[in-house]
Design a binder for this molecule. Sequence first.
Ligand code: SOE
Length: 378
Amino acid sequence: MSTPLNIGMIGYGFMGRAHSNAYNRVSNFFNTEHKPVLKAVCARDEEKAQAFANTWGYESVETDWRKLIERKDIDAVDICTPNNLHKEIAIAAAQAGKMILCEKPLAMNAAEGEEMCQAVEKAKVANMVWYNYRRVPAVTFAKQLIDQGRLGRIFHYRANFLQDWTISADLPQGGQALWRLDAAAAGSGVTGDLLAHCIDTAIWLNGSIDNVSGMTETFIKERKHTLTGKMQKVDIDDACAFLCRFENGSLGLFESTRYARGHKALYTFEINGEKASIKWDLHDLHRLQWFDHSDEGVLRGWTSIHVTDSDHPYMDKWWVPGLAIGYEHSFVHQVADFLESLSTGKPAGPTFRDALETQKICDAVLASAKTGQWTPVE
Ligand code: SOE
């Protein structure tokens, strides 16, 4: 017996496609009791929303998100809008008793995030934030190795997220697709958009971060705004780097930029422990690099593990050993875990409360970049 989970999605950009694809595929591969049904998609432009609904299989269209939230036939609201709308929609959805799946980052800042946490906790509705990289099998496998104690004491955590798509000064800010360059819609630049991914993975793998020291730069100071047509100051961070101390005593080093010519989405991390080290790279996402100091000396070296065995996380649900899966599958895994959580009652992470920790670290990094001081994470 399966139970339908009626989804209402608000927003339909890049993430709207990634999430819709995940809802459509999950039940073909994961045998969960709850099964998503694409009930409605909401966007201001009815024609475009209808075209999206036709492509992805949504049963209906709304042009006002409040109407979608009021609908009795919607169980879960998926928020795929720019960041400045997350809070208002999430609070209204929680008050209407809807489950919420919210695109990352949780909010514009930690103060907003706290209000959202209180709303979902008061309403006791299931909630989750789409930090999808946790569910790349090689990354989940790294978590298993760390939890088994195979790295021993951890000394260093290093992560980068490098892109190059905003180098042209002619690129406008604001509007569809380019809202990520507009601080009023995004909250911050690479810190909230890219480093937030690195931070979410880092605190999941290596625990909480206590203190940070950050620096940011905005290389192009003014860009034409798509909505006003005028040249306007750019208030987002184009690049950000920070040092930090983890609660477990290890040191962290993080860097992100959209000005690393030649890199499109190079998310990498490396963790060095007393007994072993691991490395991962989004451009080669099904591999985990592993160095084990307990190997015999003459044979010791970095091993490239092809994380496609049926014993590897999630992989028994896909093809036969040796056949790789990709980026979009991390979203399928996240939906599968959310659906499973509805049966077990054990929340699928990151919940809003988990993602608030990432938000607080982002806030501390941006505050530190302003003051030039080491800053504690609230
Ligand atoms: C930005 O270019 C972006 O699309 C982020 O918004 C996503 O979260 C990241 O996964 C890929 O890059």
